[in-house]
Unconditional design. Structure first.
Length: 460
């Protein structure tokens, strides 16, 4: 046992291992006798072989450790070289290996500044790459959006043309109605041309066909040749043609009245039509287009022209007693000496119209627009002008006797030559009227302060 320990110690000294002196004890711990009387069974040669094996293992471990350390150091060196750069590395090595001088220290500082400058430029270049890519992406997106806008514009044009095509196909479908209209008018001509038909009435069957035909004629949109676009609202040219044809047929009044009361001429197109002295008593011309129509002396007693367009139409001496003219457009129309007694003109547009000598007795003009209208000798006796706009400078000998003018807009209107006795105004209008009217006229006006007061309860 002593000889083995000596061998192990000698091996440890040869390998230069400081902690190897206890290996013999560990290696040969199994060889220790369990009692003082036991002796080692292995001979020194076997023990030396084991020591040689152990020596080889230790050598392999040291070689692996050295190799790993060499690899780590190489990687660290390479990484440091990349980060620091050759110039900075050389300067630092020179400073560490040489003496601490101003030149060596200056070289290190210069190398540091140079290195950081290069790194900064590199970082800026790297940072500019995504910015440039984003800028290029925005340019491409802008071009894509422009193409999408062009595509949307073309789609809108396509939809517009499709709407036109739909409307035109609807108009073409009216060919059957036009054929029936021709047959009906031929039947009217045959009945009127009969020798024994002196009073020129039409048969009940033919009147029924006319009424049914008018209801079968539907309104539609068509392509305006002047604008190459569809007209703004649906209209029925066929109903207008039928009405003009019947008015030119010289039918007796009883037949006219039956047709007017039963036929359906709503939304008829009668632009610039000649309806002078036409008998249209009780007719339904709701939402009809009568722009520029010549309707002098026309009889529209009790007719329904609600929402109709009569801009620049001439209705001089027309009979519109108790007609429904609500929301109708009479802008710049001529209504001189027309009779609109009891007519409903609520919210009608009468701006710029001529109402010289027009009778509007007991008419409902609530909320009507009379701006710029010619109101010379116009009679508004007992009419309802609440909320109407009457700021017109053409007021002379106009009669407002008993008219309800509460809430009407009268700024700029000179009532000095008008008959305004017994008219009803709010107290707030007194200051405005006092500029034109004398005290005795002001005292003849009925002043109220309660908007809810009914006209019947006001003092006489």
């Amino acid at each position: 046992m002593d000889s083995c320990s000596c061998c192990v110690s000698a091996l440890a000294e040869r390998l230069g291992l400081f902690y190897f002196s206890g290996i013999g004890t560990i290696l040969f711990e199994e060889e220790k006798p369990t009692s003082m009387s036991e002796k080692p069974t292995e001979n020194p040669e076997e023990l030396l072989k084991k020591i040689e094996k152990l020596e080889k293992k230790i050598a392999s471990y040291e070689e692996a450790e050295a190799k790993a350390w060499s690899t780590s150091w190489l990687l660290t060196k390479k990484a440091g070289g990349i980060v620091m750069g050759g110039r900075l590395r050389k300067s630092v090595s020179k400073l560490l290996n040489g003496e601490l001088s101003k030149d060596n220290f200056s070289d290190v500082l210069i190398a540091v500044l140079y290195r950081f400058t290069r790194i900064g430029i590199f970082a800026v270049v790297v940072a500019l790459v995504p910015i440039i890519l984003l800028f290029q992406q925005n340019i491409l997106l802008g071009r894509q959006n422009d193409k999408i806008d062009i595509q949307n514009e073309k789609i809108e044009k396509q939809n517009f043309r499709l709407d036109q095509q739909t409307a035109l196909s609807e108009a073409e479908r009216r060919s059957a109605v036009i054929l029936e209209s021709g047959n009906v008018l031929d039947a009217v001509s045959r009945e009127l041309s009969e020798s024994d038909n002196t009073t020129k009435p039409l048969s009940g069957a033919l009147i029924g066909r006319i009424i049914a035909l008018s209801k079968n004629m539907k309104e539609y949109k068509y392509l305006d040749p002047d604008t190459d676009s569809l007209i703004y609202r649906s209209i029925s040219p066929e109903r207008g043609h039928l009405l003009l044809a019947l008015q030119a047929a010289n039918i007796d009044f009883d037949t006219y009245e039956k047709i007017n009361r039963g036929a359906y001429f709503e939304k008829a197109e009668l632009v610039n039509s000649n309806l002078v002295n036409a008998y249209l008593d009780g007719i339904n011309l709701k939402l009809a287009d009568l722009r520029g129509a010549d309707m002098r002396g026309v009889d529209l007693w009790g007719a329904n022209l609600r929402g109709a367009t009569l801009r620049k139409a001439d209705l001089s001496n027309a009979d519109l007693i108790q007609a429904n003219l609500r929301n109708a457009d009479f802008s710049n129309a001529i209504l001189d000496y027309a009779n609109l007694r009891g007519a409903s003109l609520r919210k009608a547009n009468l701006s710029g119209s001529k109402l010289t000598g027009t009778k509007l007795i007991r008419a409902n003009l609530r909320g009507a627009d009379l701006r710029g209208a010619n109101l010379f000798f116009t009679d508004f006796s007992n009419s309802d002008l609440r909320g109407a706009i009457i700021n017109s400078r053409m007021v002379g000998s106009t009669i407002f006797w008993g008219a309800d003018m509460r809430g009407s807009i009268i700024e700029g209107t000179d009532f000095s030559s008008a008959n305004i006795e017994n008219a009803i105004f709010y107290l707030s209008a007194r200051d405005t009227l006092s500029k034109f009217l004398k005290d005795e006229v002001l005292n003849s006006i009925i002043w109220v302060d309660n908007p809810e007061s009914p006209k019947e309860s006001l003092p006489k």
